[in-house]
Ligand binder design. Structure first.
Ligand SMILES: [Mg+2]
Length: 141
């Protein structure tokens, strides 16, 4: 069983992406967070219960409540979550922001600049690469 955490505040983007992923990767379980605080609560619950540990995280940068940069920082600073491959997708074209994502430990930056269907196709390819070619790190028990 493989798990994806999708952090995306745009409901239309999240819905269309999930629909496409379910078609391409039906075995994939997708959990969504619609803002940065929800993403952190899912990974690092305030009641100190066990956090969700996905196989891959797909993170939007412009998020309400807690920014994508802050979510990324927290994930990559925690020994429990830093090994989880994380891809950032954003409409930003600012090279300093893209550089900052990589400096904070992002594994991949995917621009959202292209048309929606093109973006969807790119995301499908990337996720297929990770799952079907078994490029994900093994799950720790
Ligand atoms: Mg957004």
């Amino acid at each position: 069983m493989s798990f994806l955490l999708l952090v995306e505040d745009n409901a239309d983007d999240a819905f269309l992406l999930m629909r496409a992923l379910r078609r391409k990767l039906p075995e994939l379980k997708i959990r969504t967070a619609t803002d940065g605080a929800q993403a952190l609560e899912c990974l690092f619950p305030a009641d100190s219960s066990e956090g969700f540990r996905p196989d891959l995280i797909c993170l939007d940068l412009n998020l309400p409540k807690v920014s994508g940069f802050d979510v990324l920082t927290r994930i990559k600073r925690c020994p429990d979550t830093q090994r989880i491959p994380l891809m950032v997708s954003s409409t930003t074209t600012d090279p300093r922001e893209i550089e900052h994502c990589y400096a904070l430990g992002a594994d991949l930056f995917v621009p959202k600049l292209v048309g929606y269907f093109e973006f969807q196709a790119i995301m499908e390819e990337i996720l297929q690469y990770w799952w079907q070619h078994k490029c994900l790190p093994p799950r720790t028990p």
